[in-house]
Design a protein around this ligand. Structure first.
Ligand code: ADP
Ligand code: MN
Length: 178
């Protein structure tokens, strides 16, 4: 039977934040604990060619937001997804029950991104993105205030606590009456 988007039986969670804040690590632990599906949007874009080529300046794919949303629509309507991406303003607002913004202390993030091989403009752009809380602002502008939560992600203890908190939230989530 077709189900309306508000009638999904399992919640959709968006995990966003600057690259390196721990989205993929947190999402995969959370998926394991809750049996929700981890959707790594960056990987999906690569695997299914949902982009308009490579941006030499920014050293990343130019994501095609319409193609990504079309690809995800059915899955999101069904519910039970953890969507992992460093952007959030182009997803339909109705998709998500919870929007998590991970945040990391600048010097910690600097070390993580350096280790990942980021240098020059790519490194400083991402550090500035974190300093100016770009993803938190984007999330607050794109989703109802009550569903957006900022979580610190500096240490492994933070990850464990965040996964535990979010697992509780998923288990206590109730479908909205149709
Ligand atoms: P993202 O998906 O946001 O880019 P990742 O989950 O890939 O971030 O994490 C980037 C790197 O930083 C990985 O090596 C990961 O193990 C490490 N990391 C992420 N979050 C934390 C944390 N809270 N504490 C310690 N290490 C972390
Ligand atoms: Mn990632």
């Amino acid at each position: 039977m077709a189900q309306s988007s508000s009638g999904r039986k399992k919640p959709n969670v968006l995990v966003t934040g600057t690259p390196g804040t721990g989205k993929t690590t947190t999402s995969s632990f959370l998926a394991e604990a809750t049996q929700l599906r981890h959707v790594n949007v960056g990987d999906l874009v690569k695997d299914k060619n949902l982009h308009d080529g490579w941006d030499e300046q920014l050293d990343c794919h130019v994501i095609n937001e319409d193609l990504v949303c079309d690809e995800l629509e059915d899955m999101m309507e069904e519910g039970g997804n953890i969507v992992d991406y460093h952007g959030c303003d182009f997803f339909p607002e109705r998709w998500f029950d919870r929007v998590v913004v991970l945040q990391t202390e600048n010097s910690v993030l600097y070390d993580r991104l350096s280790k990942r091989g980021y240098t020059g403009a790519k490194l400083t752009n991402n550090i500035e993105c974190e300093i100016f809380q770009v993803l938190l602002e984007e999330a607050k502008e794109s989703y109802p205030e009550g569903i957006v939560v900022a979580l610190r992600s500096d240490t492994i203890d933070d990850i464990n606590r965040n996964v535990a908190t979010l697992t509780d939230w998923v288990r206590n989530w109730c479908p909205k009456p149709e």
